[in-house]
Ligand binder design. Structure first.
Ligand SMILES: [Zn+2]
Length: 294
């Protein structure tokens, strides 16, 4: 494991679910044709689920019919290769944190590069942006209609991408209509990918607490329902500590913050027409505004 090329070596590792950990830490393999990125071909970059390092560009992804995401190249220096204990295959790991990714095969003649990095979907995360190299942070916030939260956070310095979606509930792959019923347990939320050299988790968290009203219960402005609740979904213990500290700071100032602080669970991207809604439609949010609180 080498962190020399990454200046942000203090960025914490993300907590992993049981299934993620069994693959990433214990070198397991997800069932073929079950991963979320097996037949996914959006333009962007795939980063390490554990540490956020950029690993593969979408331009190297190809259809292989093997049941796992396949890449015929990696971002230079991002992936380490080791002989697998089975004596036959070559294992691939995140060069930054050692997360198990899968195996690499050569000589199959599937692409001109003649390489297939066979990667578990649970080992990677997709970012809809072209990242060169380095390590990226993730933050997940819910604060009412995700169009408005996305609008403000997308404009913050150091933010690479903001994806609107749903999290915190019990229904797999929910649709917007399902979430709108208020019965899925999910909140409308945003997933932010940021560059830790240009911003920090705390800066983004404070901005989040200033662009929505963290004192409202089960609603945000005109949007009423549990799916519009205020909630911070932390990915690691450092994020949890920062969130609790900043909420305590606001409470000391007499602001009755009700924002929940909850361990992150599966995040489901919302339908495409919800992404970058205000930017695409040339409008400004009706439900969110900036108020200085820190
Ligand atoms: Zn990693």
């Amino acid at each position: 494991m080498s962190t020399e090329s990454f200046s942000q070596d203090k960025l914490s590792f993300n907590n992993l679910s049981k299934q993620e950990s069994s693959v990433i830490n214990n070198k397991g393999t997800e069932m073929p044709f079950t991963g979320k990125y097996t037949t996914f071909y959006e333009k962007g970059t795939y980063v390490c689920k554990k540490c956020g390092a950029a690993l593969f560009m979408s331009s190297s992804k190809f259809k292989s019919d093997c049941g796992w995401p396949s890449f015929d190249d990696e971002i230079k220096g991002a992936v380490s290769k080791y002989p697998d204990p089975d004596g036959m295959r070559t294992e691939i790991e995140c060069a930054n944190c050692g997360a198990h990714l899968g195996h690499v095969f050569t000589g199959e003649g599937l692409t001109a590069k003649n390489v297939r990095n066979c990667v578990n979907s649970v080992s990677i995360d997709f970012v809809p942006a072209q990242l060169e190299a380095g390590r990226y942070g993730t933050a997940i916030f819910a604060g009412g209609c995700f169009w408005g939260v996305e609008y403000f956070l997308q404009k913050a310095p150091g933010v690479i991408s903001v994806t609107s979606g749903f999290t915190g509930g019990h229904v797999k792959n929910p649709t917007y209509e399902q979430v709108c019923t208020g019965n899925t347990g999910h909140a409308e939320a945003v997933k932010i990918i940021y560059d830790p050299e240009k911003t920090s988790y705390e800066k983004l968290l404070r901005l989040f607490l200033e662009i929505h009203d963290p004192t409202q219960v089960g609603r945000q402005g005109p949007d009423i329902g549990d799916q519009y609740r205020s909630e911070i979904f932390y990915l690691n213990d450092d994020q949890k500590k920062i969130a609790e500290k900043d909420i305590a700071l606001l409470k000391e100032k007499g602001i009755k913050v009700v924002t929940a602080v909850t361990k992150a669970s599966d995040f489901y991207d919302a339908e495409k027409y919800h992404q970058d809604y205000y930017f695409k439609n040339g409008k400004t949010p009706y439900c969110h505004a900036y108020t200085q609180r820190f």
